[in-house]
Ligand binder design. Structure first.
Ligand SMILES: Nc1nc2c(ncn2[C@@H]2O[C@H](COP(=O)(O)OP(=O)(O)OP(=O)(O)O)[C@@H](O)[C@H]2O)c(=O)[nH]1
Ligand SMILES: [Mg+2]
Length: 467
């Protein structure tokens, strides 16, 4: 740990104290982090959660909802973070031609404030309290970058090169690597060619359903696109003299850590109180055993961020502060008939099991749930060879209505996780499908948010105790 790390840690702690003293006395702020890998469902989750907290008719499991006298959006407190574009996303999901919002590229934030009636014995004597909920949307890939903080460039390179082996685009990257002379004098076009081949591989791997496509900013560069911190790639072990291409790559890797990874953890992650981690378990099962195993390993890396005791860098930033509650939510459960939801939850729990067993997340409360932030289907049973199958029906983007029987998830999660871990190429004797259902056209009644599955349970776990 360097002097600057210590100073940063101290600065945060003092700043953090200031915030908690003034806000703690007057208006409590809950900072809710929403994360998940690309396409996990973060934007849809936040949009539907906010809509359902503003209009709470579909939130029976949120017990404190009856204490809420008013809920309203406010300007968010951080001047340099983009606002989560709630109105636009809600318009996309529930407007006249419902469609999914586009993918997001960066951190964004929204403040929802509640006026809450006092509860308890002396409740009647006090006025309404204000509780602020600051929701922060950030890519899970950025948490994967925490793994880089403890790795030297050589260690990181070795790990990546071993992992990507047969993945899409890896051969083209290997060819680019073979063509490059890493000991030759550094020149920018050569660095760029390698970084581009590596980035192309990351994109292809993500398309194919792989989860660990870090460094996170390579896929989501935002305003850093093309800058030197994103223009490096892993290289084989070797002696790279000063001024060489290989040496400059190592320097840029170090710059990525100090100028990209560290500021994210300091400015965003370190301030989170409650966290929801969205996981597209069904999508990974559909993509096959390799994708499910990669998801498991990626989640294990992501969850490292929530046990800061082991990571020196993060421990010094957090200074004893911790996330109090973590919800692991399998998203898009509306692809399944409700009779299969418990199995999806069990698979999600098992997927995270190892990571959870290694530590108890420093005392944080955790829960696993299967949810759909926006329910796009209705349930029905379809007759197939004389058997009634529990199915769901939804609408495709072209307007066709189709019934889907996604396959029966096993009762025992090991039936999926074990073959995945053993490197199976296909699921044996089973086929799991999902469909690109479009959001259903809804006409929301006054006081009701968009239809969902268990979003109220998620909200109760995350913020129920503060209402
Ligand atoms: N059926 C169903 N599909 C969903 C639901 N939530 C998300 N999806 C699907 O998942 C896709 C990704 O959802 P987003 O909310 O944009 O995911 P994200 O995590 O914000 O994605 P990035 O911003 O690209 O990282 C959507 O376009 C939908 O196709 C849901 O509740 N039900
Ligand atoms: Mg998004």
């Amino acid at each position: 740990m360097g002097i600057s790390d210590i100073a940063d840690g101290l600065g945060r702690r003092i700043e953090g104290l200031g915030a908690s003293v003034s806000e703690g006395l007057f208006e409590p702020v809950i900072r809710l982090g929403v994360t998940g890998l690309s396409r996990a469902g973060k934007t849809v989750f936040i949009t539907s959660l906010v809509a359902n907290l503003l209009d709470r008719g579909r939130m029976p499991a949120l017990v404190g909802a009856s204490n809420i006298r008013a809920a309203f959006l406010q300007p968010q407190p951080d001047d340099t973070v983009p606002r989560f574009d709630y109105e636009r996303y809600l318009g996309a999901l529930t407007g006249p031609a419902p469609h999914w919002p586009e993918g997001t590229r960066a951190v964004s934030e929204l403040r929802l404030s509640f006026r809450v009636a006092p509860t308890g014995l002396l409740g009647g004597l006090r006025g309404l309290r204000t509780v602020h909920l600051d929701i922060v949307d950030y890519p899970g890939e950025w948490l994967l970058d925490l793994g880089l903080m403890e790795k030297s460039y050589a260690q990181w390179s070795e790990g990546v090169l071993a992992r990507i082996g047969a993945r899409p685009g890896a051969a083209a990257f290997a060819a680019a690597l073979a063509a490059a002379d890493l000991t030759a004098r550094f020149d920018e076009p050569a660095a760029k060619a390698l970084a581009e081949a590596f980035t192309a591989h990351l994109h292809a791997a993500r398309e194919a359903g792989f989860s660990d496509c870090s460094p996170g900013r390579f896929l989501l560069p935002g305003e850093m696109a093309g800058s030197p911190v994103l223009t490096f790639a892993p290289v084989p072990p070797g002696e790279y003299p000063r001024g060489s291409l290989g040496h400059e790559m190592a320097r840029r890797y170090a710059a990525y850590k100090s100028q990209v990874v560290k500021p994210f953890f300091r400015d965003h992650f370190a301030r989170i109180d409650r966290q929801v981690v969205l996981v597209d378990v069904l999508g990974a099962i559909h993509a096959g055993p390799a994708a499910l195993e990669d998801l498991r390993q990626s989640m294990a890396s992501i969850l490292q961020a929530f046990r800061p005791g082991t990571a020196g860098f993060l421990a010094s930033l957090l200074g004893g502060r911790r996330v109090e509650r973590i919800l692991f939510a399998a998203t898009k459960a509306d692809h399944l008939h409700h009779s299969q939801h418990a199995r999806l939850t069990a698979i999600t729990g098992a997927l995270l099991r190892e990571a959870k067993d290694r530590a108890d997340f420093a005392g944080a409360k955790t829960q696993a749930l299967s949810i759909a932030a926006l329910r796009t289907t209705t349930e029905e049973s379809i007759a197939h060879d004389g058997v009634e199958l529990p199915a769901v029906r939804g609408r495709l983007a072209d307007g066709r209505s189709v019934a889907l029987y996604p396959g029966e998830l096993p009762l025992d999660p090991a039936q999926l996780l074990a073959p995945a871990r053993d490197g199976a190429r296909h699921w044996l004797g089973a086929d799991y499908s999902i469909m690109a259902f479009a959001p259903a056209a809804v006409s929301l009644r006054p006081g009701e948010g968009p239809p969902h599955i268990r979003l109220d349970r998620a909200a109760e776990f995350l913020i129920g105790d503060k209402l």
